[in-house]
Design a protein around this ligand. Structure first.
Ligand SMILES: NC(=O)c1ccc[n+]([C@@H]2O[C@H](COP(=O)([O-])OP(=O)(O)OC[C@H]3O[C@@H](n4cnc5c(N)ncnc54)[C@H](O)[C@@H]3O)[C@@H](O)[C@H]2O)c1
Ligand SMILES: O=P(O)(O)OC[C@@H](O)[C@@H](O)[C@H](O)[C@H](O)CO
Length: 707
């Protein structure tokens, strides 16, 4: 039987509800989640009250497809054994991303009560700590566009263009709402971000205040930013789904979505202009979202990212394949154990949540590609791995399983020509500059350096016995030379890196990452004293003040010393709390935020050394990348990423500071026989986003491939 077109004439769906919600990001998840919840929240399904006008993020493909279907589409709810297709009708008005006129008109209407967002993590264009940065490229361009639009008094996109970022589009619409005195409104971010309400707030408020302080103040008073934890595994649509849907429903739906039976929506915040009764569909409103958000981002998304990198390195393509591999599964369980230490809020029921997650991941009928999940690692790891690693470090444990996730990412991105990451160019450029340095390598000198490195490792005779995984594990391509034109600070850092693991310090203020080992021969007096101190001679490091008077660190060397000094002092706190408390706090403040708070007040030096070595032995490479990800003043710009990745690769390749985690991942890649399936390139990634969840090979000439 020939499938018939899907629309409100061919399907006995209720009429389209009046638009009261505006959505940005008409992708797969929006259709599987917010539209489903809204449809199921109607008291009388035959007379729906809450309709969406949903705008695509960039390309008009999805709005074109859905407009042709009067907004209807099939949600294929795919359980482990069977499918439950459902036609969703809550989308009243599908719109293209550049239809600013309609967007602003809707935002200026008092009947519009809510804005929802699924625009991906990276689309907020925010800096570290969700800070607003007016100089950021997209933000700066959008500011210019909005200024021109405001100056013109009306928005003629032909004349001034369309701002690129969702935040800028909303700011324009909110200005129109203010002018129309249409009243307050709620903005609900449904992206996998920690503190997604704050992210939306900062992105929108930052732009508005920059444009017009009064608009900024109005937004402060009139826009409620609602935080959410959202959950429903919704892979990108594959071609085969169109056939499955046609068979199951008899409709030739061009825009179906597949999702799992499970769904969850936890919200925190006010809806000053009203909202659908989402509770009817199972949504939960809470006073404190954070524990739920952490549980979901760490356990579900963290496991996803771990599987995406480590699992692909082991040759897997989907979540289900990876989670049924004993090794990958064990890595997930270990990560969950670490995360669970910090998910102690009553009511979270972590064991049951973990159990349910395993079942969800094992659903053999949901094909969730790891390559899709792997995109935007730099942003995602900040929320999925780093907080667990930091919390574990703060608790005096290694955080090995969380570090493994980062280490897996470092191996995964290494050597790629393309990367699906909003900061792909910066990471790739770093990789390339590393290659250039590699090409300049002088083998003789490199060999000599290797020898020196060995002597240094063996020769110090200092420090407690510790495993030296570097020995016998030199990479076949030997050591790397010092880059010919490296700046002094860089040379210093590289010299330090050629030592045994011992002390690792991440200095937050200038964003410098520094390391030194107990085998460091050229340590100056203070460094030497520090070494002795860490080895059990506390009296030898007498609380020298290495701090700069203003708390700024002028050079990396000083940075290291200060960081090290702070470590030393913080231990002294045990004996002389009153005297050293302030400095200990200084040390904690500087070191803990980077996850390197290995030394705690009252901790015995030996256990400190053990934990430092453990940290260095677990994944020193990860630390450096971690610092790149984490450290506020370490934006991935200029030469810095090159330096970071160079450091990273130097240690990994020479084996001078080999890392268990990186080696494990390298071995996994070796065992898989080849690089994992290429993740979507940045261009592909953009395409994927632009396709709003429809495969590039969708029919009717919508895609680039063939079915
Ligand atoms: N898919 C899931 O399982 C799932 C579950 C929970 C939360 N989420 C959240 O929803 C978001 C969207 O996921 P999806 O599966 O719908 O992806 P998708 O690729 O199907 O849709 C992404 C949407 O975001 C838009 N977009 C992407 N980058 C943008 C940019 N830079 N500026 C403006 N718009 C942009 C795209 O145009 C598209 O409309 C995710 O990033 C995630 O944060 C997804
Ligand atoms: O959508 P992303 O890219 O943020 O993350 C990929 C997956 O981890 C994610 O989509 C999950 O499937 C989802 O968060 C489940 O609710």
């Amino acid at each position: 039987m020939r499938a018939q077109p899907l629309n409100r004439t061919t399907h006995p769906q209720a009429p389209a509800a009046p638009v009261r919600i505006v959505h940005l990001g008409l992708g797969a998840f929006h259709r599987a989640h917010q539209l489903w919840y809204t449809q199921h929240s109607e008291a009388d399904p035959s007379d729906p009250q809450w309709g969406f006008a949903s705008f695509t993020g960039r390309s008009p493909r999805m709005s074109d497809l859905l407009s042709a279907q009067d907004g209807l589409f099939t949600l294929m709810v795919r359980g482990p054994e069977s499918d439950e297709p459902e036609i969703i009708g809550a989308l009243s008005d599908p719109r293209a991303a550049d239809d600013l006129r309609r967007l602003w008109e809707l935002l200026a209407a008092p009947s519009t009560a809510v804005v929802t967002l699924t625009i991906t993590e990276a689309a907020c264009n925010l800096g570290p700590e969700l800070s607003f940065d007016a100089a950021e490229e997209t933000v700066a361009a959008d500011l210019e566009t909005l200024r021109a639009a405001f100056a013109a008094g009306s928005f003629d996109t032909d004349a001034v263009g369309v701002p690129a970022s969702p935040a800028a589009k909303l700011v324009g619409g909110l200005a129109a709402r203010r002018a129309a005195e249409a009243g307050p409104i709620a903005v609900v971010s449904c992206d996998n971000l920690s503190a997604n309400d704050r992210a939306a707030h900062h992105a929108i408020q930052g732009l508005a205040a920059e444009l017009d302080p009064q608009l900024g103040q109005w937004i402060e008073r009139s826009v409620s930013f609602v935080g959410t934890s959202i959950d429903r595994i919704t892979p990108a649509t594959e071609d085969s789904l169109l056939d499955d849907v046609a068979q199951a429903t008899g409709f030739a739906d061009q825009a179906p979505v597949v999702t799992e039976p499970f769904s969850s929506w936890v919200l925190q915040g006010e809806f000053p202009a009203g909202r659908p009764e989402w509770e009817r569909a199972g949504a939960v409103f809470v006073e404190d979202l954070e524990p739920f958000e952490r549980r979901k981002l760490w356990l579900l998304n963290g496991a996803h990212s771990l599987l995406a990198y480590a699992g692909q390195l082991r040759g897997h393509e989907t979540v289900e394949q990876a989670i049924t591999d004993e090794v990958s599964r064990q890595q997930v369980l270990e990560f969950w154990d670490e995360a669970a230490h910090h998910l102690t809020t009553p009511g979270l029921d972590v064991p049951a949540y973990r159990e349910a997650l395993l079942e969800r991941f094992e659903n053999p009928r949901i094909r969730h590609n790891l390559a899709q999940i792997a995109g935007d690692g730099l942003t995602k790891l900040q929320m999925r791995a780093v907080p667990v690693l930091k919390a574990e470090r703060s608790a005096g444990r290694s955080g090995e399983a969380a570090a493994r996730m980062i280490a897996a990412w470092t191996v995964y991105v290494d050597g790629r020509d393309e990367l699906s990451d909003s900061r792909a160019e910066q990471v790739l450029e770093a990789s390339r500059s590393e290659d250039r340095i590699r090409a300049r390598r002088a083998p003789g000198r490199a060999a000599g350096r290797a020898d020196r490195g060995d002597r240094a490792d063996h020769g110090s005779g200092e420090g407690p016995a510790r495993p030296s995984p570097s020995r016998g594990s030199r990479a076949p391509h030997g050591n790397w030379p010092r880059p010919a034109q490296a700046p002094a600070a860089h040379r210093l850092r590289r010299r330090r890196l050629g030592r045994q693991p011992g002390l690792l310090a991440v200095d937050l203020l200038p964003g410098r990452v520094l390391a030194a080992g107990p085998g460091h021969r050229r340590a100056d007096l203070r460094g030497h004293a520090l070494r002795r101190r860490l080895q059990g001679h506390p009296h030898r490091v007498r609380h020298r003040s290495h701090e700069h008077p203003h708390g700024q660190v002028p050079t990396p060397h000083h940075g290291l010393l200060r960081a090290a000094g702070a470590l030393g002092r913080s231990r002294v706190l045990a004996g002389r709390p009153a005297r050293y408390e302030r400095r200990a706090d200084l040390g904690r403040r500087h070191l803990l935020p980077a996850g390197v708070g290995l030394l705690h007040p009252g901790q015995h030096p030996h256990s400190a050394i053990t934990s430092i070595n453990l940290a260095a032995g677990v994944a020193p490479a990860a630390f450096f990348l971690l610092a790149a990800i984490l450290v506020q003043s370490y934006p991935l710009t200029d030469q810095r990423p090159a330096e970071i990745l160079l450091d990273l690769r130097t240690r990994k390749d020479t084996g001078i500071l080999p890392t268990a985690a990186c080696q494990e991942m390298e071995a996994a890649r070796g065992a898989a026989g080849a690089s994992p399936a290429a993740a979507p390139s940045s261009a592909d990634g953009a395409d994927h986003a632009e396709h709003d969840g429809i495969p590039p090979s969708a029919p009717d000439g919508q895609g680039s491939g063939s079915r």
